[in-house]
Design a protein around this ligand. Structure first.
Ligand code: ADP
Ligand code: TYD
Length: 213
């Protein structure tokens, strides 16, 4: 099997309940079966410090700018310890959320000034952007219905519909702003239909990598 060495950074985004976590394991397995060495990770989190920050971020009330700063603090550590070293080794990185989530949740949802967000982005990762971002898009009521009613919802999941409407709106604005990077997935489809669509997109990516080997 051809060993793919051209590093790729792929991120998964969407409002809570859209279904992105369901598909990350599938994508990781599919890529590995096709010769890709990869690191699967998540934000907030992905490092020992980042997972501690995640606990605070998901459960403690805080000022919206504190929230944004801690998201980027977790991200700084994640890039330094996990993402950059993996890409430098020629491995792929697939991450459950990255900076688009800060724009969508802290910018869109909470209403933080997007110019401040751009300053944080330029500070924390001036050179780094995902090569590909899957945006799992669903209407709010579909996402809400998918959230598991048997477990305690975290701070974000407990937000009201207007928060998620603003979050989704900012995701869609980002997707329109960066059309070359974003691939929208209609996440109202069945899991099987979404996996078929993902496979088609991944095959294109894999062919490109074989061609560039
Ligand atoms: P997210 O990570 O986007 O918050 P999850 O992947 O955890 O969402 O999915 C939330 C719930 O919805 C899970 O119970 C999952 O099994 C279910 N789910 C995910 N995708 C679909 C889909 N396309 N159709 C129906 N249910 C889905
Ligand atoms: P996630 O791991 O997707 O939640 P789950 O495991 O329940 O699917 O993300 C945790 C929460 O953090 C999610 O509600 C979105 C939020 N978040 C932000 O608000 N800003 C960010 O920059 C990131 C990365 C996540």
């Amino acid at each position: 099997m051809t060993q793919l060495t051209t590093a790729r950074f792929i991120t998964f985004e969407g409002i809570d309940g859209a279904g992105k976590s369901t598909h990350i394991g599938f994508v990781a397995d599919y890529l590995r079966q096709h010769g890709v060495t990869l690191v699967a990770t998540r934000e907030p989190g992905g490092t020992s410090l980042g997972e501690k920050l995640r606990e605070l971020l998901l459960h403690e009330k805080m000022h919206l700018e504190t929230e944004a700063l801690l998201m980027f603090a977790s991200r700084r550590e994640h890039i330094a310890q996990v993402i950059a070293p993996a890409l430098e080794r020629g491995e792929w990185v697939i991450s459950d959320r990255f900076t688009d989530a800060s724009f969508a949740y802290q910018g869109g949802g909470r209403g933080m000034d997007l110019r401040k967000m751009e300053v944080l982005e330029a500070w924390v990762h001036p050179q780094l952007q995902p090569d590909l971002t899957f945006l799992f898009d669903v209407p709010l009521d579909v996402a809400r219905a998918r959230l598991d009613s048997t477990r305690t919802l975290d701070k974000f999941e407990q937000e009201q519909a207007d928060f998620f409407a603003a979050t989704r709106h900012e995701y869609l604005r980002r997707a329109a702003q960066f059309p070359a990077r974003f691939r929208m997935i209609d996440a109202t489809q069945s899991i099987a239909e979404i996996q078929l669509e993902l496979v088609k997109l991944l095959d294109i990516l894999l062919e490109k990598n074989v061609a560039s080997d």
